[in-house]
Each structure stands twice: as structure tokens, then as C-alpha cells.
Design a protein around this ligand. Structure first.
Ligand SMILES: [Zn+2]
Length: 475
């Protein structure tokens, strides 16, 4: 369905000054209370990993559900779990309110579970004690993704405050409880609750802005392919002093295969893989070096702009090799060696096709006729947003009005596997990947934080998006 502006409104697809000011005022007024709400959530260490207390995750879900209940926007706010293989998933919050008068329906997604705190000694402030410092709030989940939860809540309550209780926009809420633990029951949850979740636009608030002042939409995610394989050269191990020099151990062909995966410039040497070109952004070689802790003597690898290399080109990493450790080494020709190769693939690339190219490359590069056996594989689809829809345009305009700067399109070098599930279950929905994080948020790491100006701007942008969406009518 496409939506246009209703004839009754003079508002354009771009938020005007009056509306932007009104929304900013509204968000400003309650902002300290919003930050307090975020702090309350940060104090609940809801972690969906098996080793952690599930009671905390339930408390977290209950606290989030209560926030959406007290917004007074939804008829019912439920805490639900999908069951997969007889095992219930983590508690998720589900709420919806139907669209009226032909207005669009928007699904707002975030997750309330967080990463484990990691090494406590690395935290400068306690992980689950929200701490304000230098314009930021520190704490596990302060950014990823409890700030996303609070941004959605604020946007909805601002819509209600400005447009009145009886607004027409349809809204669904899905706050997942196991994103950081692999979203095991995500697909089942979508399938079971399809009617309540179905929407014209899905806002996934789990990414980042370029900075607290420069907004971004995440338009692509790389996909992933991994392949385990084993190379054999002999029936059993033999003494290197007796046969070394005439018989290849399995390590020689394994290292030759692994070395063949990159050319001399560090480009991926597997043929037939796609590249998606990104425009360069103000991100320098020095930024890359500092952010990645690359040693001063070591050069970068690969050709092309930085953004294209980390978001748009394939990359290959050898993530495991089974060989004896140095401590256990002996003068032996080893008969077998195994490795696991993980490949990030470009947005738009088919994972199965990429896997076939990787396997063909490995097969072609095994020397000496050594025996190759392929083992386990994993694949994850990449994502590329359709940036031609009205929602993308409205989001861009809302972000630019709220932040006061032009928006940039960014990619993510990693994957958010559940995005592929969203596109499969809701093929007609436009997906917007927004965020509250910035480059210094350190999601998943110690000293995670959210910048308060960035958070406020993200809230204003989302409220503007919902307010103008509330005035759109289907054509
Ligand atoms: Zn997240």
C-alpha cells in the first residue's frame, strides 16, 4: 500500500518548523524523567544467556510492559514467549493498536535483554548502576538497547500529547527479550503473532547514528557464510625425522589453502563475489587505526574506500584452526588439520552462491592431491534497504529536522540475522534500521553509554515520524 498526505492537512512530508519546535518542547519537558526511566531499566540485569538468572529477565520484561501499559495507548500489553523445540524463548513485550481512517501501521522493535557485563574490572562505573558523566549515561544496556525501548516509548507518548488520545496511526510494539542470545525463537514469535505485528513500516531501533549531532539510517548489513573443513594426507602420524622432506603433513596444504584466501594486497581472493560501493564518510585512516587498535607499524588491507571495505566488500577471517598447541608440539608429521573460515558477504549477495564460490576456491587450492572434506556450514542473509519508499523519505526528513544536520546512509559490517526473518514474514513492509547509539557507545563492551543529546534527537526524530505518519492516508 502507498500512502500520501491527506488533503485535509497542509503538512508536507517534511516536518515544518512549528511542528519540530512543538515536539522538541514536549520531549525537553519530560527529558529528565525519560533519563530516569532509562536508569531504572539499566538497574535490571536482564540477560538471556543460560548462565544468568532468568528472574532478572522476567523483571525486565515486566518493567518494560508496565511502561507501555501506562502510556495508555494500547488496549492490551502482553508478555509472551514463543516455544521452539519444546523450550520457551525469553519473555517479549507485545502490544498493538489498530490503525484508523486508512492511516499506516508502524511496528516499533527494540530489545530489552542486554549483553553480560563482561570483565567487571574494566568498568569505570558499576555496570548496572546508571551513571551520568560528560553528557552521557553509562551502564550495560544504556545504549543497546534500553535506549531504543525508551525512544519508542517517548515517541509514542509525544505523538499522543501532540495529536491527542484519539490518533489514527496504527502502532505495534515488539520488545524482544533474547536478541543478545541469538534470537532463538524470533521467527516463531513472528509467525505466532503475525496479525498483531503486521505493519506497513518496521522501525528497528538497534543501530546507531553517525554522531549525537549527525543522524544516520542503516541501509545495509553484510551477510555471513562459514565453512569448516579438514585436510588429510596420511593414515596416521609419522616421525618427521624419518619422512620429513618427502611426505607432506596436513599442515602444509592447510596453510597454503588459508594463505590463498587473500591476495598480496589483502583483498579477498575468492572469485565471483559481489561488492556494494559506499560513499566515503568523514572517517579517516587515523580513525580506523585508533578504533581498531591497529599497531602503528601494521598497514591496512584491501583496496577501496574504508566504508566500502568494512560495509560493502566481502571479508574472510580464519576463526579457528585445529592443530596441536605449541605446548603439546612434537616432531611429528600430522595426518590431519581442520579449520573454520568465516566470510562476511556484501549486501545483495546470495549466501548460497557465496558459499559455493568459497568451496570452489578451497577445492582448487589444495596442493599435493591432499584429501579435502567439508564439514559444518552456517549462512546468514545480508540486508539492503529499499531506500525508495515513503517511510525512508519521511525518516530522513524527520532525522534531519531533529538533528539539524543532513543524514548519512551507513552500513554495518556485521549481521542482524533477524532482519532476514522480518523481510521474509513481512515482505511488503518497509524496514527502517534506526538507532540511538553513536561511535562512542561501546555496545557489548565495558563502559557502554548513550549520549544524551543523541538520545534526545533520536526521540524527537521518531516522534516527528509518527506524527506525520499519523496524517498520511492510503492512496
Ligand atoms: Zn542490540
Amino acid at each position: 500500500m502507498t500512502f500520501s498526505l491527506t488533503p485535509s492537512t497542509s503538512q508536507a512530508m517534511t516536518p515544518n518548523q512549528a511542528l519540530t519546535s512543538k515536539v522538541r518542547e514536549q520531549v525537553d519537558k519530560d527529558f529528565s524523567q525519560r533519563v530516569a526511566t532509562l536508569g531504572k531499566l539499566v538497574r535490571i540485569p536482564g540477560i538471556a544467556w543460560e548462565a544468568f538468572d532468568e528472574a532478572d529477565l522476567e523483571r525486565s520484561a515486566e518493567a518494560v510492559a508496565e511502561l507501555f501499559r501506562s502510556s495508555g495507548v494500547f488496549d492490551e500489553v502482553e508478555i509472551k514467549r514463543a516455544v521452539v523445540d519444546g523450550k520457551p524463548g525469553a519473555p517479549a513485550i507485545l502490544a498493538s493498536r489498530s490503525a484508523k481512517n486508512g492511516r499506516p501501521h508502524v511496528l516499533l522493535y527494540a530489545h530489552h535483554d542486554v549483553q553480560p557485563p563482561g570483565d567487571d574490572s574494566q568498568w569505570l562505573t558499576p555496570a548496572f548502576e546508571p551513571t551520568a558523566k560528560d553528557g552521557r549515561i553509562y551502564g550495560r544496556g544504556a545504549a543497546d538497547d534500553k535506549a531504543g525501548v525508551v525512544a519508542h516509548l517517548t515517541a509514542i507518548e509525544t505523538l499522543k500529547a501532540v495529536a491527542g488520545d484519539d490518533f489514527d496511526l496504527g502502532i505495534s510494539i515488539f520488545i524482544e527479550g533474547e536478541e543478545e542470545a541469538g534470537s532463538r525463537t524470533f521467527r516463531a514469535f513472528l509467525d505466532e503473532n503475525k496479525a498483531k505485528l503486521a505493519a506497513d513500516v518496521i522501525v528497528v531501533a538497534d543501530s546507531m547514528n553517525w554522531s549525537p549531532e549527525v543522524p544516520a539510517l542503516t541501509v545495509s548489513l553484510r551477510g555471513m557464510v562459514s565453512q569448516e573443513f579438514t585436510i588429510r594426507t596420511m593414515e596416521h602420524a609419522v616421525h618427521s625425522g624419518m619422512f620429513g622432506g618427502a611426505i607432506p603433513d596436513a599442515i602444509i596444504p592447510m596453510l597454503k589453502v588459508l594463505a590463498s584466501l587473500h591476495d598480496d594486497k589483502g583483498n579477498v581472493a575468492v572469485k565471483g563475489l559481489n561488492t556494494y560501493e559506499f560513499d566515503d564518510l568523514p572517517y579517516t585512516d587515523a580513525n580506523l587505526r585508533a578504533d581498531s587498535s591497529l599497531l602503528p607499524q601494521v598497514s591496512q588491507i584491501g583496496e577501496g574506500g574504508i566504508m566500502t571495505r568494512i560495509w560493502g566488500k566481502p571479508s574472510i577471517t580464519v576463526i579457528g584452526i585445529d592443530v596441536p598447541s605449541v605446548a603439546m608440539s612434537s616432531n611429528t608429521l600430522l595426518p590431519t588439520a581442520s579449520a573454520k573460515v568465516s566470510m562476511r558477504i556484501a549486501p545483495g549477495q546470495d549466501p548460497d552462491a557465496a558459499l559455493a564460490q568459497l568451496r570452489a576456491h578451497i577445492e582448487e587450492n589444495v596442493p599435493f592431491g591432499a584429501v579435502l572434506e567439508f564439514g559444518e556450514i552456517e549462512t546468514g542473509k545480508p540486508f539492503m534497504a529499499d531506500t525508495s519508499g515513503w517511510a525512508q523519505e519521511l525518516a530522513k526528513n524527520s532525522l534531519e529536522a531533529a538533528f539539524g544536520n543532513p543524514m548519512v546512509e551507513i552500513g554495518i559490517g556485521g549481521s542482524i540475522p533477524f532482519i532476514a526473518d522480518l523481510t521474509e514474514v513481512f515482505p511488503n513492509a518497509q524496514i527502517l534500521v534506526t538507532g540511538v547509539e553513536d561511535a562512542d557507545s561501546r555496545a557489548h563492551s565495558p563502559n557502554e553509554s548513550v549520549h544524551l543529546i543523541g538520545l534526545k534527537n533520536a526521540m524527537i526524530a521518531e516522534a516527528l515520524f509518527l506524527l506525520i505518519g499519523n496524517d498520511l492516508e492510503s492512496e
